[in-house]
Design a protein around this ligand. Structure first.
Ligand code: BES
Ligand code: ZN
Length: 877
């Protein structure tokens, strides 16, 4: 483990200029060229060992087209080349950087290479690496080149045969993609297994696992009556925590059959949980590898949100079997082809198995918290990017979540049946191929008969559109006119913008009746300015716009507080109702942050009515009464003063807490949520319980501390326990330390729960959070090499707006130091800590300077990876 105490950052004054290393090459989408050589078949032979693994690869290669260029196989510093042969004889090869280059005269050849790799020394967790005594792989996007020499690009598809051999005691389980076709014992206590995957695949979908694992086994009968064996592989002690993942998998398999007509295509489906993993999970063909955080759950250790996340990630990776594996991406610029579409699919699945309204609110909250700032900052890029230095920096909220919004808009304009006709055509037309985003849209057009050309701009133009909306009412004529105007701000590399097609579900609600006086219609705003007329407007109309969040835009509607208050109680669309509350709160919060007088009465009345409503379910109430986060408020302000935003938000919370003490206490006390009940009602009740407690805490600290400690002590589930602790960590009361200590003692042997313990403290809203976090970085359990642990402390801290932007600049210094140290171990993870620094431009001048200096110090650190280099240099530009 690396010790952060002993590392120091170079002094900004004396450090050399940021290294504009020539190795940091920019890759451009317009430079795409089909592969020179194809590899229809590959055979891999692994002699597994934690310290030293031998990999023999046999590639059948075929010239692709008429050219005389040599065969170029990607490699990596971590490969030690032992031998290379062409058609059985010694090869004349040369190295060009880390590429192995071989001149070939014929149309095809057999290439053999032998390399040695060191899984235990692989701290990047890309390629073959060791985790908790087992060996596993991660190849997306460009990890396969760290296992063997190969054209590491997604448009080279091969049939794989894999032999793996290893110590039978240390690695009793040997897994790879496809079907196990043979296995047996070898000498010296070793054993082997042969695996064959009948579906050609790009190398990023290759996977291998060797370890001492046990399986939770089950099966699924597909719609055509085939039986699929399902297995979730974990350490034996974790078996009792795998049932929820298994249930989720079966639900996902059935859902994809019902909604998309997609059936699973092999006889086995394996999931493996590993504790060191860069991402959430990976869709390797028939051998999904998961971060253990997205597999393991039980009532005592996992929250309701954890359970939901597991269902979501299991479904997402399973859905990739079609949207990703059977049809893959031509190049990494097309990443949203599989990720945006698959996120849309997992979101729809989540809506269908739970509460659709609450799910939409949660998904939009994530979009606004992560994607909107990205799209308005220095790292903004189109859903289909035009260039990159390091592709792993482009697994972004824009590619994923905005990509999903683009698919959702296409779904909205086509309607479910035409959309389905389009996806059917897409899957059949491109099965077994590497496709592009244009191919996807073309298939939707051909399948539906609808011209979608105007929508393609959503793939190429970055930035969040702003839509101004003003409703004009003519009471005498009983008409209304909606005036719409769209505006797109410049983003890096895109100075001027075009108007976009923006599908806005819109209705008019009667102020007196509370009914839809003009029923919902879909308005597609596709010009800079547009007006829409409404007839039969028999009473004062209230504008309900972007219902269901039908377009990922910022609506700037001219609506009075009394109109918003009325909409918050009557709007027939639950999302719009939530949105009216958010708007109402946002106005008060911005006024407070700007030092203007705040009228909190309308907010208080709206929350009161929400809490007391008999028709709303508790999960919706929990969402609706939650104030916008400090970073979302910051995104709406021209000059950001994090201290003023924090004070404004705390003041409004305190006003709500003191005005509505009784109603909040009632919500906090409401029961009907036994810990083992995972129904939407029970989950919502628990959520509302903790959200209410948080508002009580804003006005009555010691009372809230008592209530929180009582909730903590009585909890029979992690949701209530973590919820109570989450309130306590921000208070001064003595109960805080008692609960934190008790939590640690109880769960000290469960790394996923200790992650929560770190994260809760890094998220605390207190003046001394920076000190606490610095102390936690010295804690013996703080392990830099484990991505979950690093994220739980440093990632959570970076998202804690008030603490990260601490007026003395120590928050910036801490995160900068974490990035520099982590970069030496795991550049991907280090680079993902950079985005909070991208907001420096709109900060008040003192913080802005400190933040820029912190970025410059990172840039000046010697030997920076291209991952961090790209994020930091773009953030500074
Ligand atoms: N294909 C990705 C995993 C991945 C991303 C591997 C980048 C390597 C580099 C996977 O399908 C994915 O998107 N996982 C998400 C979770 C999902 C529910 C959005 C993740 O890991 O965060
Ligand atoms: Zn994915």
């Amino acid at each position: 483990m690396l010790d952060v105490r002993t590392t120091t950052l170079p002094d900004a004054q004396t450090a050399p200029e940021a290294p504009l290393s020539p190795t940091h090459v920019t890759i451009r989408r317009e430079d795409y060229r089909p592969p020179d050589w194809l590899v229809p078949e590959i055979q891999l032979d692994f002699q597994l060992d934690t310290d030293e693994t031998r990999v023999l690869a046999t590639l059948s290669v075929e010239r692709n087209g008429d050219h005389d260029r040599p065969l170029r196989l990607d490699g990596d510093d971590q490969l030690k080349l032992i031998a290379a042969k062409v058609d059985g004889g010694d090869a004349a090869y040369r190295m060009d950087g880390s590429q192995l280059v071989i001149d070939l005269s014929g149309e095809r050849a057999t290439i053999e290479t032998e390399v040695e790799i060191a899984p235990a020394a692989n701290t990047k967790l890309m390629g073959l690496y060791a985790s908790g005594g087992m060996l596993c792989t991660q190849c997306e996007a460009e990890g396969f080149r760290r296992i063997t020499f190969f054209p590491d690009r997604p448009d080279v598809l091969s049939k794989y045969r894999v032999r793996m051999e290893g110590d039978a005691q240390r690695f009793p389980v040997l897994l790879s993609n496809g079907n196990r076709v043979a296995h047996g014992n070898a000498t010296d206590g070793r054993h082997w297994a042969d695996w064959e995957d009948p579906y050609p695949k790009p190398c990023y979908l290759f996977a291998l696992v060797a370890g001492d694992l046990e399986a939770n086994r089950d099966s699924f009968i597909t719609m055509s009556g085939r039986k699929v064996d399902l297995a979730i592989w974990v350490r034996e002690a974790d078996l009792p925590k795998t049932q929820h993942a298994m249930n989720s998998l079966k639900l996902a398999m059935a859902w994809d059959e019902k909604v998309y007509g997609r059936e699973y295509d092999l006889d086995q489906f394996n999931i493996v949980a590993v504790s060191d993993f860069n991402m959430g999970a990976m869709e390797n063909k028939s051998l999904n590898i998961f971060n253990s955080a997205y597999v393991l759950a039980d009532q005592e250790t996992a929250t309701d949100a954890d359970f939901d996340n597991i269902a979501r990630v299991v479904a997402h990776e399973y859905f990739h079997n079609w949207s990703g594996d059977r049809v893959t991406c031509r190049d990494w610029f097309q990443l949203s082809l599989k990720e945006g579409f698959t996120v849309f699919r997992d979101q729809s699945f989540g809506a269908d198995i739970g509460s659709a309204a609450v799910k939409r609110i949660e998904d939009v909250r994530v979009l606004r918290a992560v994607q909107f700032p990205e799209d308005q900052g220095p790292l903004a890029h189109p859903v289909r990017p035009d260039s990159y230095i390091e592709i792993s920096n482009f697994y972004t909220a824009t590619v994923y979540n905005k990509g999903a919004e683009v698919i959702r808009m296409l779904h909205t304009v086509l309607g479910p049946d035409k959309f389905r006709a389009g996806t059917d055509l897409y899957f059949s037309r491109h099965d077994g191929e590497a496709a592009t985003c244009d191919d996807f849209v073309k298939a939707l057009e051909d399948g539906s008969g609808v011209d979608l050309t105007p929508f393609k701009i959503w793939y190429s133009q970055a930035g969040t559109p702003k839509v101004r909306a003003r409703l004009e009412h003519d009471a005498a004529a009983k008409t209304a006119t909606l005036h719409l105007e769209q505006h797109e701000d410049p983003t890096p590399g895109q100075a001027s913008k075009q108007p976009m097609p923006i599908p806005l579900k819109t209705a008019l609600i009667g102020n007196e009746s509370g009914h839809e006086i003009c029923p919902e219609q879909l308005i597609v705003l596709d010009k800079a300015r547009q007006s829409v007329a409404f007839q039969n407007v028999t009473e004062r109309p209230l504008l309900s716009i972007n219902r269901g969040f039908s377009a990922p835009v910022i609506i700037q509607a001219e609506r009075q507080p009394d109109e918003l208050e009325r909409l918050a109680q009557t709007d027939t669309d639950p999302f719009a109702r939530y949105e009216a509350m958010q708007d109402l709160m946002m106005r008060a919060l911005i006024a407070g942050a700007q030092g203007e007088s705040v009228d909190s009465d309308a907010v208080i009345r709206a929350i009161d009515a929400t809490l007391k409503s008999n028709s709303l379910d508790p999960a919706f109430k929990g969402e609706a009464i939650l104030l916008p986060s400090e970073s979302i408020i910051a995104d709406r302000m021209q000059i950001v003063d994090p201290g003023a935003i924090h004070r404004s938000r705390e003041a409004l919370r305190a006003a709500i807490g003191s005005a509505l003490g009784d109603a909040l206490l009632a919500a906090h006390r409401s029961d009907g949520a036994p810990g083992d009940d995972l129904s939407p009602h029970a989950k919502g009740t628990r959520r509302l319980r903790t959200v209410s407690l948080g508002l009580i805490a804003a006005s009555e600290e010691s009372k809230a501390a008592r209530l929180a400690k009582a909730q903590f002590d009585a909890a029979d589930n992690m949701t209530d326990r973590q919820g109570a602790l989450g309130v306590l960590v921000s208070l001064e009361a003595p109960e805080r330390k008692d609960a934190l200590d008790a939590f640690y003692e109880r769960f000290r042997d469960d790394p996923l729960v200790i992650d929560k313990w770190f994260a809760l403290q890094a998220a605390a809203q207190r003046a001394d959070t920076v000190d606490q976090v610095l102390k936690l970085a010295q804690h013996p359990d703080f392990v830099m090499t484990n991505p979950n642990r690093l994220r739980s402390l440093a990632g959570t801290f970076g998202a804690n707006h008030w603490a990260f932007h601490s007026a003395d600049g120590r928050g910036y210094a801490f995160l900068a130091e974490m990035i520099v140290v982590a970069d030496k171990l795991n550049p991907q993870i280090a680079a993902r800590l950079v985005p909070p620094f991208g907001r420096w431009r709109r900060l008040e001048p003192k913080r802005r300077d400190m933040m820029r200096q912190a970025l410059e110090r990172i840039a000046a650190s010697p030997g920076l990876s291209k991952d961090v280099y790209e994020q930091v240099s773009k953030s500074l530009a």
